[in-house]
Design a protein around this ligand. Structure first.
Ligand code: DGJ
Length: 712
């Protein structure tokens, strides 16, 4: 149940969902934030937030200071010395604005324009106005059962051009009570590891300036009570619906208040807003949980599954990359297709190397026609062979990029992100196409459309293998050059919208050198994302665990790799690879032509089991029972919504010789019902309080998987 209430006497707004309240009030014309947290009955709570004049704090009021006032959308330069959400430079060079409440309305959530949006219904819009500069701010709040989606729009009503130097998607003030900040950090092949730190006075920021949401920091952060755990305590989560350079920050002030903020990274940003033009920020998703991190995650997952991510079938794929890299020909691929079909694979995916003159990573990005040296008969024989086996065919592309050594670059050297003076920096021998340029965008639309029309393709892996460096375009000028990064992102979204709308039956999987662009913006177009190039299940257990903090398992794609991991050389048993790498959309990614029959038979039968539990994995609720970040165990339980069926995985990540017996306590079962768990029957109360015993037996990385079913 969601509600939007306005109390005219108290001038108070109250938004609520299933278990949270969000309260704001107009005071002295300003929009003040009062409360966000566990649901409370609507009450006039303003006197519970006393204000008074503070020393060294500028003020126009008798009883309040700008520097301690909880401004719902703080601006620069009017006595609030904390982090500001908005900085506008007007035509005089002044950076001062003074936004006061104008009016509000409740509308249906506006239709998505270019930026990816969650679907939603009733939306509160609060209009603030700076009457001196004649600029309007629209603050959007859409409450859902699970959380709130916010965004901001600036409307330049004046007759002068203004420049947005910073515009956040949200700002939120709250009291610090020994809170901690939790975030996801890492690197290539080590994405989304959980980190946390105590919030102390000062500014802490996670950000990306790479033009992608990045491997290094994810646009997600959570503020949690110090003692909050997976299953207890208050936690607030924030996730930006944006795939480009972002910033999320926590500023703790002199009075131990936390100001949380986030949006487009303003370190390399400026936006020219001519008279009557508007600028809309990316959305941000706010979720509150009073039942710990696990509940927070399930709230995010439900919100995204119901309002953002397209409902699709996730096929078992065979991906050619880690078995052939660039070294393949038609004959080899046909053998792989035949073998993959025997294993129960549903889609055969031809990865990098099939186009232009691509023999290695130095050439041909941009030349999206078949490499006739490797595939003289084109893609058709491969597609036909797949069809013969009742399998689909999938293809890898990297449309946003261009190789220096390519026909496209010979023709259009000016189509890359660059300025007019410096030679752009190469990364993996490639440059970034200038997606701020309409001509480039149209070329890509036509090229991809032709490729997907001429070939019977049901899956596309959309890769992006470098960060942006030259944030300049030859089509922009002195006033607009700092718009490059955001314009690039808008170009990507336009292209994705066009292509995914044109081909609604194709499943598009996102990828950026593994998991360099895993964010809700991408999930709008990619129902699944290649989470990492690191397939080693021990590393992957951490990557999946961290990623699942805000992204559903149905989006976290993993493949069963070779015995020796191609990224770190770790050797792992097949049962561990099968258990970890089938916790979401899955596939096989090693040379199956070399493998002995017994292991292939095991894979085949495990994929059959996977098909039976696939819906449970995609649609169920996740319970993270043991964290690989906290000990030597990894355990996840997935239960269907009715809590009648489940899948449990327990893995020991390290050898403890002659160690203790761990008891893995299940969650959310009905204490009075009985469950068949593998071959035994127990009451829910037993499984939740006594738990399942697990002990490391012998050899590296022991694993146990269980199927759970309510006994009727
Ligand atoms: C990076 C991806 O993460 C890999 O899976 C593979 O597709 C390569 N790119 C191909 O160049």
């Amino acid at each position: 149940m969601t509600k939007i209430n306005f109390y005219p006497n108290e001038k108070m707004f109250s938004l609520s969902g299933n278990s949270f309240s969000y309260i704001m009030q107009i005071k002295d014309g300003y929009l003040r934030h009062l409360y966000y947290g566990k649901k409370i009955t609507d009450d006039d709570i303003s006197s519970l937030f006393p204000q008074f004049l503070r020393a060294f704090s500028p003020s126009n009021f008798n009883d309040d200071s700008f520097d301690s006032f909880s401004n719902e959308f703080p601006t620069f330069g009017r006595g609030d010395f904390r982090n500001f959400a908005l900085l506008i430079k007007t035509h005089t060079g002044s950076r001062l604005t003074d936004f006061k409440y104008d009016y509000h309305e409740i509308i249906n959530k506006p239709k998505e324009t270019i930026l990816p949006n969650l679907k939603g219904e009733k939306t509160l819009v609060i209009y603030l106005k700076d009457i001196i500069s004649n600029i309007k701010l629209c603050l959007y709040y859409t409450p859902y059962k699970e959380g709130i989606v916010r965004s901001v729009c600036v409307n330049n009503l004046s007759n002068e051009t203004i420049y947005l130097k910073k515009i956040s998607s949200f700002s939120l003030d709250m009291l610090n009570d020994n809170h901690e900040l939790l975030y996801l950090t890492g690197s290539y092949a080590r994405e989304r590891h959980i980190e946390s730190l105590p919030l102390k006075p000062g500014l802490f920021e996670i950000s990306s300036l790479r033009g992608t949401s990045s491997h290094q920091f994810n646009p997600f952060m959570a503020v949690k009570e110090k003692h909050a755990t997976e299953f207890n305590g208050n936690v607030y989560g924030f996730n930006l619906v944006y795939s480009g350079s972002f910033s999320l920050s926590a500023y703790v002030d002199q009075y131990d208040c936390i100001r949380l903020m986030g949006g487009i990274n303003h370190a390399d940003f400026s936006w020219q807003l001519k008279p009557k033009e508007i600028f809309i920020t990316p959305e941000v998703v706010l979720v509150f949980s009073n039942k710990g991190l696990n509940h927070l995650s399930n709230q995010f997952h439900n919100l995204y599954k119901n309002n953002l991510i397209k409902d699709v079938k996730h096929p078992i794929v065979y991906n050619s990359w880690e078995s052939t890299y660039f070294d393949f020909n038609e004959e080899k691929l046909l053998l792989l297709i035949d073998k993959a079909a025997l294993l129960g694979v549903e889609t055969f995916v031809l990865d990098d190397g099939w186009f232009g003159n691509r023999l290695d990573d130095t050439t041909s990005l941009g030349d999206w026609y078949t490499n006739i040296k490797k595939l003289p008969n084109g893609l058709k024989p491969l597609i036909n062979r797949c069809k013969k086996h009742n399998m689909e065919f999938g293809l890898w592309i990297e449309p946003e990029m261009i190789s220096l050594n390519s026909e496209l670059y010979q023709k259009h050297p000016d189509w890359v992100l660059r300025d007019s003076l410096h030679k752009p920096i190469e990364s993996r021998h490639q440059y970034v196409l200038d997606l701020t340029n309409k001509e480039v965008l149209n070329h890509l639309k036509n090229t991809i459309e032709t490729l997907l029309t001429e070939n019977d393709i049901s899956y596309v892996k959309w890769d992006m293998n470098r960060s942006l460096t030259e944030n300049c375009s030859l089509t922009l000028n002195f006033e607009t050059m700092e718009e490059t990064q955001h314009r690039y992102m808008l170009g990507v979204y336009k292209l994705l919208k066009y292509i995914t709308d044109k081909f609604p039956n194709i499943l598009f999987e996102g990828c950026s050198g593994g998991g360099g662009r895993v964010d809700p913006g991408m999930l709008r177009y990619f129902p699944q994302i290649w989470t990492s190039d690191n397939n080693d299940p021990i590393s992957r257990s951490k990557i999946i665990y961290g990623t699942s903090l805000c992204y559903p398992l149905s989006t976290i794609s993993s493949h069963i790799g070779d015995e020796i991991s191609h990224t770190n050389g770790r050797k792992t048993p097949l049962d561990v690879r099968l258990a970890v790498n089938t916790l979401g959309p899955t596939g096989i990614e090693f040379n199956i032509l070399k493998k002995d029959l017994p292991s292939l038979n095991t894979i085949k039968s495990e994929l059959e089991n996977y098909k039976m539990r696939r819906n449970l994995i995609m649609d169920g609720d996740l319970y993270r029972l043991e964290s690989p970040f906290e000990g030597d165990l990894f355990s996840m339980l997935i239960l269907n919504k009715e809590k009648t069926k489940g899948h449990l995985v327990i893995i020991s990540l390290n050898i403890t010789t002659n160690g203790k017996i761990n008891y893995i306590k299940l969650k959310e079962l009905n204490p009075n019902k009985q469950y068949l768990i593998n071959d035994n029957i127990y009451f829910g109360s037993t499984l939740m309080n006594v738990g399942i015993p697990f002990r490391h037996s012998y050899g590296d990385y022991c694993v146990k998987t269980y199927t759970l079913e309510e006994v009727i």
